[in-house]
Write a protein that binds this ligand. Structure first.
Ligand SMILES: [Zn+2]
Length: 124
């Protein structure tokens, strides 16, 4: 496939959802262009810009605006009490735990013993 042009058209003459027939036209031995015809009724189009190509539908399963909008999982205030942000939250490679309650926690847990973490020192 060298040409990536759409050949699907809605023909204005016959109204068919059909394809465009291209017939190479030669001026002597030199190719001067294509004859463009409706494959259903033979209606001829003067030039490519006159051809009513079917507009290809965009892939509707992919909506780029969805990528930008981050889902808001936590309400304001609630997020501030996450174990992940708590001074007593301890992470090691195997377990996340609360140093205060000495139990396993999830980063997204909330806790009434929440104690605000000091800001980690910025790398110099
Ligand atoms: Zn037609």
């Amino acid at each position: 496939m060298t040409e990536n042009k759409s050949i699907e058209i809605i023909c204005p003459a016959c109204g068919q959802d059909t394809i465009l027939k291209r017939t190479p036209r030669y001026d002597g031995f030199k190719r001067s262009g294509d004859d463009l015809n409706c494959a259903s009724c033979g209606h001829s189009f003067a030039c490519e810009s006159k051809v009513p190509f079917k507009v290809k539908k965009k892939n509707i399963t992919f909506d780029p605006s969805e990528l930008e909008a981050k889902p808001e999982v936590f309400k304001k205030g609630e997020a501030a009490r996450l174990c992940r942000l708590c001074a007593n939250y301890v992470v090691n490679p195997f377990i996340q735990r609360c140093a205060l309650l000495r139990k396993e926690v999830e980063a997204t847990d909330t806790c009434r013993h929440f104690k605000k973490q000091k800001q980690p020192p910025k790398p110099s």
